[in-house]
Ligand binder design. Sequence first.
Ligand code: COI
Length: 349
Amino acid sequence: MSIKIQPEAIANLRGFELPERLGFGTVMAPVMFRARYEDGCWSSGELVPYAPLMLDPAAKVLHYAQSCFEGLKAYRNGSGAALFRPERNAARMQHSAERLCMPPVPESLFMEGVRTVTAYCANLIPANSGESLYLRPFLIGTQPDLSVTASSAYDFYVIASPSAAYHPGNMRLWIEREDSRAAVGGTGDSKVGGNYAASLQSIARLKERGYDQSLWLSPSNRQTVDELSGMNFFAVMDGVLHTPALNGSILEGVTRDSLLTLAREMDIEVHERDIDIDDLLALVRSGTCSEAFACGTAAIVSPISELGDDNGNYKLNSAPGPVAEKLRAALLDIQEGRSEDRFGWIQRV
Ligand code: COI
């Protein structure tokens, strides 16, 4: 399929300037990629100006949350731009779409979307290490119809935001013992908007208490650690790296998988297992758990300085700890082209 480039999109790019200071996801690139699904077929994609969407107020996405998304980044890498493991995002988006009874975006269309936006926005990739062009592909059900059935029409978009890391600096985590972000047999391992909506009330509560992020427990036992709202969790105990095993309610993070690979390469012992929250707190108190951190595409690697709940605060010995620092540096070195792409993770654009 050949992609159409609207002249207004090119005009928008010409007039765009990167602001000096970037946060996360607040500055939007002035173009976006769009493809439509109707009558069982995908249209060819087009690059269009970034603009508000026209949606019928009865569109399924607005009522029944037929909405899934991805997060990946384009980096400055040598003299060009590079994507990091985008095929993993394409596959995960297909998994999320299937869970919500939406047509999976074909890998070729997904790649065309992220590669086109990256190519046309290459000048908008920030130059500082740790900053990048954050790409947000998303798929929504657009059919105007209030019956609780899957939409017959969908839009796939890729928008982009020149961004810094999601949470620079150390994080204080609140252990969420009241609510669950996902249900047993639900959508926890899919990247769907509803999971994030379910986390917002907890985030509002913990901010009032001076914390940064919720640490979610498994919905099946309310006792073992699952993940943060948009990041996976790691802890170092006696020099061994531990992360919760994938259990159906944890999102399978691309960064999580990449850090596990890098840790094994560094001869760090790695355990993917259930982590009981009260055992973890006892190990933090005794100093056996020396560091903890979270990771994700947006966050990269974010050190955790403290865990808290109604019974008190538990401070980690070091934040950032040495393992988090080594892994973060190794990951960024590959993404930003300073070290060899020895795992075949980089796709040049
Ligand atoms: C990502 O890391 O790409 C995410 O989607 C996390 C978040 C900002 C929701």
